[in-house]
Write a protein that binds this ligand. Structure first.
Ligand code: IPM
Ligand code: MG
Length: 358
């Protein structure tokens, strides 16, 4: 297969981890006789420094010409005082919107050898954890009208949460299709006891569910869901939720599977196009120190192989290699807790062990 992959390293630990993900893809290329062309592009804080804007038009155009995008992370303290609409994070939101990446898949799986990194009691996670957060990514409060006005209470800022039936319907279809090939259960998470947008969400999801009689649908309020994720995470298979609730719950899910350093994501448009990125951010505190866990970026590359290119064997090979690295006791700092038979490794070293196991 020939593929054109746009690579956006971004800021902080982004460049370190994407570099390792690309290295892994190069090994796959060789082993499985594919031809990947990598095009490196700027976005985020580094683009602000270079061009004065976080998302140059060129970056968007090149992404559109590619089959898939691999992204590291954006943001950092250097740009924290910029006005909201000029922050590096706007690059991410801009890419999601411009590329119509409305479906965000964030699988949270507990690798057996990381059971000790999970903060929950062993009996709660007995038998493992494997859930998928399906987060709506191009609507809701992230993209609603926002602003600041003067009122008799002083300056008043607002961000509007709004969802259309079309937006809810398409992400619901994504969640149900995912559940079909998993454990056939969808939990839709909203705040329908308070929010009008959540009530529409709930009714559209219930409507769509009728097309998937084999899938069990339940609804939870987001506050309860946050609690249930800790109390009994095994009750979840596919979690379907809005942009902002998905942002929050996926970080929570990441901790119960050990570390956010292990969580990959896929952001999908209609068709096969997708952008793949680790869920962790730019982690400026450890940037450039060869400490970051590259697994989330590497697993994101695996998701790319499977979702955009349909290369399931290749994707499985990467996941198996990640598992072997962990089984052999290799850990980056985020996962290292001085257990017997474990070795602390840096970003580059753990990735080269992984490549050698592929
Ligand atoms: C994420 C991040 C982003 C989000 C930020 C960096 C804009 O937290 O992908 O989860 O809120 O979507
Ligand atoms: Mg987040």
């Amino acid at each position: 297969m020939n593929a054109r992959i746009a690579v956006i390293p971004g800021d902080g630990i982004g460049p370190e981890v994407t570099k390792e993900a690309v290295n892994v893809l190069k090994v796959i290329e060789e082993k499985f006789a594919h031809k990947f062309e990598f095009i490196e592009l700027d976005a985020g804080g580094c683009a602000i420094d270079k061009y004065g804007e976080c998302l140059p038009k060129e970056t968007v155009n090149e992404c559109k010409k590619s089959d898939a995008v691999l992204l590291g992370a954006v943001g950092g303290w250097q740009w924290d005082n910029l006005p909201g609409n000029q922050r590096p994070e706007m690059a991410l939101l801009g890419l999601r919107k411009e590329l119509n990446l409305y479906a965000n898949l964030r699988p949270a799986m507990l690798f057996p050898s990381l059971a000790n990194a999970c903060p929950l009691k062993p009996e709660i996670i007995q038998g493992g954890l494997d859930l998928l957060v399906v987060r709506e990514l191009t609507g809701g409060i992230y993209f609603g009208e926002k602003g600041i006005k003067n009122t008799d209470m002083g300056k008043t800022a607002y961000d509007i949460e709004q969802y259309s039936e079309t937006e809810i319907r398409r992400i619901a279809h994504t969640a149900f299709s995912m559940a079909k090939v998993r454990n056939k259960s969808v939990t839709s998470i909203d705040k329908a006891n308070v929010l009008e947008s959540s009530r529409l969400w709930r009714s559209v999801v219930t409507e769509v569910a009728k097309e998937y009689p084999e899938i069990k649908l339940s609804h939870l309020y987001v506050d309860n869901a946050a609690m249930q994720l800790i109390r009994n995470p095994k009750q979840f298979d596919v979690i379907l939720t809005s942009n902002i609730f998905g942002d929050i719950l996926s970080d929570e899910a990441s901790q119960i599977v050990g570390s956010i350093g292990m969580l990959p994501s896929a952001s999908l448009a209609d068709g096969n196009f997708g952008m793949y990125e680790p869920v962790h951010g730019s982690a400026p505190d450890i940037a450039g120190q060869n400490k970051a866990n590259p697994m989330a970026a590497i697993l994101s590359a695996a998701m790319m192989l499977s979702y955009t290119f349909n290369l399931t064997n290749e994707a499985n090979a990467i996941e198996t290699a990640v598992n072997s690295v962990l089984e052999k006791g290799y850990r980056t700092a985020d996962l290292f807790c001085n257990e017997e038979n474990t070795t602390l490794l840096g970003t580059k070293a753990i990735s080269s062990v992984l490549c050698s196991l592929l």
